[in-house]
Design a protein around this ligand. Sequence first.
Ligand SMILES: NC(=O)c1ccc[n+]([C@@H]2O[C@H](COP(=O)([O-])OP(=O)(O)OC[C@H]3O[C@@H](n4cnc5c(N)ncnc54)[C@H](OP(=O)(O)O)[C@@H]3O)[C@@H](O)[C@H]2O)c1
Length: 249
Amino acid sequence: MSSLEGRVVAITGASSGIGEATALAVAAEGAAVSLAARRVDRIEALAERINGEGGRALAIETDITDEEQANAFISRTHEELGGLDALINNAGVMLLGPVAGAPTEQWRQMLDVNLLGLLYCTHAALPILGAQGSGDIVNVASVAGRIAAMGSGVYNMTKWGVVGFSEALRQECALANVRVTAIEPGWVATELQGHNDNPLVVERMNKMIEAIEKVLDPEDIARAIVFALSQPPHVSVNEMLIRPTKSAR
Ligand SMILES: NC(=O)c1ccc[n+]([C@@H]2O[C@H](COP(=O)([O-])OP(=O)(O)OC[C@H]3O[C@@H](n4cnc5c(N)ncnc54)[C@H](OP(=O)(O)O)[C@@H]3O)[C@@H](O)[C@H]2O)c1
């Protein structure tokens, strides 16, 4: 039997990068998956691919910064896939640059998606997981939630928040037998960095990638998530910090 057979896994930010790779990885292990993102064409194509390969997937167009949509994502997952065993809070945005002179709209977007969106989905999932006395909440934080750097201040703030929240939530959920995991990736080749258009930021990112030589693939993080989910019920993987080998910081 595959390691996640019979489980229902809800994944935010499933339209690209780590979320997409995680959907494919958990589906390959036998889980039914619900896929949330705004780019509905991408999640529908992914659901079609998973269903075509013998899996079970449901695409649900969702902007997680809208509490009603976040609630609907969780309730539709529960109703239409017949349960909920894990929530992967993966959706995120990273808009870098100095604090002075920053377009403050970018701060609101990062706080709304990386913090409030994650909170709304968690809030909607907790009553289900708590009542059944089992389940997983996996929060995709970042190495930026552990190491701060100039030019990354607000992104650091959001990911620091995710790491702190994950440990507080772990304690809150422990007696309900619900596990909480923070995943902290270093540099992964995805669309995340491409939303930055500040030339100094782009130049600094290119230098970092050059120095690292081989950054992580989304599948590397998906494997870590499958590892956490597939542990025996009494084993809770609380935190995983995963860097490219040649990443010095
Ligand atoms: N790539 C890295 O180097 C790296 C390192 C550490 C941590 N991370 C974290 O990993 C997570 C996944 O990022 P990624 O690297 O895979 O980047 P990505 O390819 O850009 O994926 C980000 C995902 O977030 C979704 N998203 C953004 N805003 C959303 C919203 N309002 N509602 C719903 N979904 C939304 C996007 O979907 P739509 O645009 O279709 O809505 C997309 O699926 C993020 O939390 C990121 O901070 C990434």
